[in-house]
Ligand binder design. Structure first.
Ligand code: LHQ
Length: 260
């Protein structure tokens, strides 16, 4: 698909939105290609980390507004159920950590997609704009759930209701992004982050994602029980023994590979 690039090297898949002239705004074919890409990568055991980024000066300007003006445009509830929701679900359900490398403006559903990722690293040129309010819509693609969990209810209400752009520095200050780096260094720093998580045990990473997701809405008791179940599985996997052996032998662990 011309508007989406997927490159895989050394266990890291890089997914690049590639409609720079429209600030990587999301059309139906682009959303469908993204869902396909995340579904395919999720099932690829060779991939240990995913980086999502945008070509040109934007990360993603959200829904392509030109497409909404075309005759027969799909009703918004249908568009959400058929494409946006499956997309953010696919990001969150991937067993690999998904790192948003936010290279520029992330607006509307573009911001929601960044919020759905596991980690966010931003260039100093990045900014978040909820944008929904300015076109008479409510935040969607999971933003009403993710944003308040990332920054707290008061800050989320401020960002969503006032439509104030959140600069990269402000995003770092409120914990919305892990780090801000100079634009020229973003791709390298995002890759370095991906290399770090790719070196961890894939099973432990997938279990951590699952437990954090469930813990966001579970009771404390439910979280304890899920931890016990997932830890039982992690402890029974060869990666646990490899981790202990590597510690004792004072060497880096080799996770997810056959012993020897
Ligand atoms: C665009 C877009 C764009 C097309 C810039 N589409 N061309 C929606 C409905 C359907 C289902 C349910 O969910 C949703 C979810 C949503 O995402 S709703 C929110 C949709 N997005 C927006 O409302 C954002 C609209 N864009 C903007 O507010 C600004 O463009 C931002 C703040 C992103 C960037 O501002 P600037 O840096 O000043 O750039 P610009 O406005 O000059 O845009 C550059 C070009 O990109 C321009 O085209 P042109 O031909 O004049 O160079 C824009 O028309 C185009 N573009 N966003 N979403």
């Amino acid at each position: 698909m011309a508007d989406l690039r997927v490159e895989t090297a050394d266990g890291i898949a890089t997914v690049t939105l590639d409609r720079p002239d429209a600030l990587n705004a999301l059309t139906i074919p682009l959303k469908e290609a993204l869902i396909d890409a995340f579904t395919t990568i999720a099932a690829d055991r060779e991939v240990r980390a995913i980086v999502l980024t945008g070509a040109g000066r934007a990360f993603c300007a959200g829904q392509d507004l030109q497409e909404r003006l075309e005759p027969g445009a799909v009703p918004l509830d249908v568009e959400l159920r058929d494409r946006y929701n499956p997309l953010v679900r696919a990001i969150r359900a991937a067993p690999q950590p998904v790192i948003a490398a936010i290279n520029g403006v992330a607006a509307g559903a573009g911001a929601s997609i960044a919020f759905a990722c596991d980690l966010r690293i931003a260039s100093d040129t990045a900014r978040f704009v909820l944008a929904f309010g300015q076109i008479g819509l409510i935040p969607d693609s999971g933003a009403t759930w993710t944003l308040q969990r990332l920054v707290g209810a008061a800050k989320a209400a401020e960002i969503a209701l006032l439509n104030e752009p959140v600069s990269a520095d402000e995003a770092a200050r409120i914990g919305l992004v892990t780090r801000v780096v100079p634009a020229a260094e973003l791709a390298r720093e995002a890759r370095a982050l991906a290399v770090r998580v790719a070196a961890l045990s894939p099973g432990a990473v997938a279990g951590t994602k699952e437990a954090l997701e469930a813990g966001a809405t579970s009771t404390f008791e439910e979280a304890l029980e899920l931890e016990a179940r997932l830890q039982g599985e992690a402890g029974a996997h060869p990666d646990h023994g490899e981790g202990i052996a590597a510690f004792i032998e004072k060497r880096p662990p080799r996770f997810g590979r056959p012993a020897g």
